[in-house]
Design a protein around this ligand. Sequence first.
Ligand code: AMP
Ligand code: FE
Ligand code: FE
Ligand code: ZN
Length: 281
Amino acid sequence: MQIDLHTHSNASDGTQRPAEVIVSAQAAGLDVVALTDHDTTSGWDEAAAAARRVGIAFVPGIEISCAHRGISIHLLGYLHDPADAALLAEVTRSRSARETRAQRMVELLGAAVPLTYEEVLAQTQPGTTIGRPHIADALVSKGIVATREQAFADYLYAGSPYHVSHYAPEPVRAVELVVAAGGVATMAHPFAHVRGRVVDDQVIEEMAAAGLGGLEAHHRDHDAEAEQHALDLAGRLGLFVTGSSDYHGAGKPNRLGEHTTTPEVLAQIEALATGTAVVRP
Ligand code: AMP
Ligand code: FE
Ligand code: FE
Ligand code: ZN
């Protein structure tokens, strides 16, 4: 049973349509796949229909951008009610802050490279959650850099003179919102130092007290030490452990199923959730 609980479509910063992610998941030999786009559930319906068609199970999810004292945190939510007003209001606020932030980053980048906001928008679909990867794609499309990775290394990294942060909720609040919406909250890549600063265990303890269910211990952005730290902390706090690819289509080297989650943990997530159901073929 191959279960991958973290992927992105072009509803956020993946490069494939939601249905294409599902087709790729089936082709990669997955039995169960979640779609967890940044701050949106707009890909769920297309993904669910595709999963029924190709005969694999689909777990509706989301990856909520959070921030604590300037540190970026990603919270995965599974099987919540997508119409929950409080959660919807929070991610809608983040999504619109992301637009203002992308415009501001393009303005700052203007000192170094010729780039317009329209060229960034051309890398998105209507309704896409806009992010730095779309600025990266515009830079690639203009031939200024060769890859998304190079765009991040040269221009878009946190701390670059062109980087701007955006509004995002506190992680404890996001956990409370996911739980109140009938979902199950899991902290994505909690100790991924390669992405920037990570939070102290104490913040994760507070998230656990607010109802956090699990930690994504197995992820390519974790070295052996980070993975062990996540396993130890999960054991101490009574949290379940997941492993996932964080697939972004052609936008990242991450391969579907490169890390997986056990059927026991999926069963635990399903048993806790009341917001929406896993779509089974
Ligand atoms: P944002 O949410 O707009 O701050 O952008 C963060 C997103 O950029 C993450 O979800 C990743 O998908 C992507 N990302 C971060 N670092 C890199 C990198 N070095 N190369 C490619 N994509 C990256
Ligand atoms: Fe992403
Ligand atoms: Fe993430
Ligand atoms: Zn992700």
